[in-house]
Design a protein around this ligand. Structure first.
Ligand code: SAH
Length: 362
């Protein structure tokens, strides 16, 4: 049995499926899903993420956490990471903050991971890094009795999205069907009838509208926790701050784009994150949202260059080369610096998270 066959059977039994269902199966099917069967990150994998490029990324995020914690007046705190991949980011955060006062003494750590394979990799890497670290598969399982610092790097872009298309007959959902003759999956349109509250009337026919119900739900849960208990969130992702009126669905295999509907389970499928919607969802729960700013700006304001200089002092020539190339990849506008955006949410409306204020960091 292959995942293609499973999806094909499902479509034949009940008709075309939503893009969200297709993504969910392709990424998370318990036997054949991409994150279930692969360890996709790093130079040998299909793509490389910021924490895998340079330790500076996680170290600066660690400092951001300690700064936030101190400015919120310390005390017990839940450090939560969503979708921790290989666990590199948390490892760098913990190493960089180990000697920062008694931060570690106040922590409980909660790794939110849906893939059993990746949780095992994270566990092996991190089990000895802190006495109170646990693995859960949903944010809702984080204890509700204390403030939380919630970190998510390239998490929201992996959540299943839906697409709708503006047509002369109204808004129709874009679904995944199966073309028997061509023997391949194809996009088809569902029934008409949905009317959109915003913007629906002025869009051109053919416009694709994306939505990510799960991203909204999880952001709402995080913001509600932070509003009730205090805390902050930091979300970093490939995304935009505008209307979600474009098709951003993409698949990546071996560091190159691949067709989204070909070989489900073999490629990573993502969509760009609609940050404006997430900021609105968070603010509706009563927290303050900040950003977005570009990853490059954010890391430079947190002191990426100073950190690199410090590492260079004790580096061999090869290490120096690696440190400088990594830093450039993270911050250069031609690489990740501009494409990746950072948003933050915070319970304290008077507190501007580090990196988000022009006045204090430039
Ligand atoms: N943050 C990591 C990995 C990003 S890839 C890094 O920067 O390298 C996306 C991660 O989110 C993977 O660990 C994947 O298994 C996890 N994931 C995807 N959907 C999830 C969900 N609904 N709940 C929890 N984890 C999820």
């Amino acid at each position: 049995m292959s995942l293609s066959q499973i999806i094909q059977d499902k479509i034949e039994a009940t008709g075309p499926i939503s893009i969200a269902d297709y993504m969910e199966l392709a990424l998370a099917h318990p036997e054949y899903g991409y994150y279930t069967t692969n360890e996709p990150f790093g130079t040998d994998g299909d793509f490389i993420t910021a924490p895998e490029i340079s330790q500076i990324f996680g170290e600066l995020l660690g400092l951001w956490c300690v700064d936030m914690w101190q400015r919120m007046e310390g005390g017990p705190i839940a450090l939560v990471e969503l979708g921790p991949g290989r666990g590199t980011l948390m490892q760098d955060i913990l190493r960089a903050t180990r000697n920062m006062g008694d931060f570690h003494d106040h922590l409980t750590i909660h790794m939110v991971e849906s893939s059993p394979k990746l949780s095992t990799i994270q566990y092996q890497r991190l089990r000895n890094e802190h006495p109170r670290i646990e693995w859960i598969d949903q944010f809702e399982q984080v204890p509700k009795n204390k403030p939380a610092l919630v970190i998510a790097n390239e998490f929201f872009d992996a959540l299943p999205i839906k697409q709708h298309v503006k047509t002369p007959d109204g808004i129709q959902e874009r679904l995944v069907g199966y073309n028997d003759e061509a023997d391949e999956f194809e996009f088809v349109l569902g029934n008409a009838g949905l009317s959109l509250a915003k913007g629906g009337g002025v869009m051109k026919d053919g416009t694709i509208i994306e939505s990510c119900p799960l991203a909204k739900q999880i952001t709402g849960e995080i913001a509600a926790h932070i509003n009730a208990q205090g805390g902050a969130g930091l979300f970093i992702d490939y995304g935009y701050l505008g209307d979600a009126h474009q098709d951003t669905l993409q698949a990546v295999r071996n560091h190159a784009f691949a067709p989204v509907l070909k070989d489900p389970g073999k490629a990573d499928i993502t969509a760009h994150v609609d940050f404006r919607t997430l900021m609105e969802v968070a603010e509706n729960q009563g927290v303050m949202a900040h950003g977005t700013i570009s990853q490059g700006t954010f890391l430079l304001r947190l002191g990426a260059e100073v950190r690199a200089e410090k590492l260079l002092r004790t580096a061999s020539p090869e290490q120096a080369e690696y440190i400088l190339t990594g830093l450039k990849r993270l911050i250069s506008p031609h690489e990740m610096g501009e494409l990746f955006k950072v948003m933050s949410i915070c319970s304290n409306h008077a507190l501007v998270p580090a990196g988000f204020s022009h006045v204090s960091y430039e």
